[in-house]
Design a protein around this ligand. Structure first.
Ligand code: AP5
Length: 223
């Protein structure tokens, strides 16, 4: 069976952190549109140059560009059983298009995990975030420290701070989230797919909530 899980929530809520946990537990690929854009920026591709003009200001990359990139990503063989979608969809247009695209594969969004946290927490988390250069593993200088400062515990690569985590860019990202992405809360509530996760608990406690929601969802789908 194809399984598609969407992680929804404001910047810094913990979508990437929990997606990495789900990727391992469910053996599904973690697809982060933000990570794909950053990889393109790092490699200097035309898509990266275009995306960077939006990302550096904290604005969304246009829907048509994001959708074309995602369609290509879904064609890779690791998506054969589904995916954990982090940071996508981000607008009602993207959500509509995702529905059409998944339908064409015989799939659908099965569950939307909406991770919540207040603005002060988001700012604190993004200001202290360190990300690994090789595979995007996520750390925090206070809440999830690497064993060795500046080095990823998992693959040994260098950790860096994202350019769009600068204070003024973060405030714009939060505003953009509220204006353009928050309408998806109602969108998925109306479809009976949205489950709220309290994101202000510790990383481990949030993972426990996520796993228990998945457990309940899979028990109810098996009758
Ligand atoms: P993207 O990379 O998707 O960023 P985002 O959605 O703003 O989310 P973040 O990655 O900042 O936060 P997160 O919720 O994943 O938190 P994390 O787990 O890292 O997008 C970047 C940009 O790309 C966008 O602004 C846009 O321009 C563009 N883009 C991407 N997708 C797009 C799309 N679909 N359409 C158009 N444009 C798009 O955690 C944050 C920190 O907190 C970490 O340090 C972590 O260790 C820590 N932490 C996590 N959980 C906890 C916890 N429970 N307790 C304590 N600390 C915690």
């Amino acid at each position: 069976m194809l399984t598609y899980i969407v992680l929804l929530g404001p910047p810094g809520a913990g979508k990437g952190t929990q997606s990495k946990v789900l990727e391992t537990k469910l053996e599904l690929p973690h697809i982060s549109t933000g990570d794909i854009f950053r990889e393109n920026i790092k490699n200097g591709t035309p898509l990266g140059t275009l995306a960077n003009a939006y990302i550096s200001k904290g604005n969304l990359v246009p829907d048509d560009v994001t959708l074309a990139m995602l369609r290509e990503r879904f064609l890779l063989p690791d998506c054969k059983n589904g995916a954990v979608l982090d940071g996508f969809p981000r607008t009602p247009t993207q959500a509509d298009e995702l529905e059409v695209l998944l339908h064409s594969f015989g799939g659908q969004v099965n569950l939307v995990l909406f991770i919540t946290a207040p603005v002060e927490t988001l700012i604190e988390r993004l200001a202290g975030r360190w990300t690994c250069k090789a595979q995007g593993h996520i750390f925090h200088e206070d809440f999830n420290q690497p064993r060795l400062k500046g080095v990823c515990d998992i693959d040994g690569s260098e950790l860096y701070q994202r350019d769009d985590d600068k204070a003024e860019t973060v405030l714009n990202r939060i505003e953009i989230y509220q204006n353009q992405t928050a309408p998806l809360i109602q969108y998925y509530q109306e479809r009976g797919l949205l489950i709220e996760i309290n994101g202000i608990a510790s990383i481990e406690d949030v993972s426990t909530q996520v796993m228990s929601v998945l457990h309940m969802a899979s028990s109810s789908s098996h009758g």
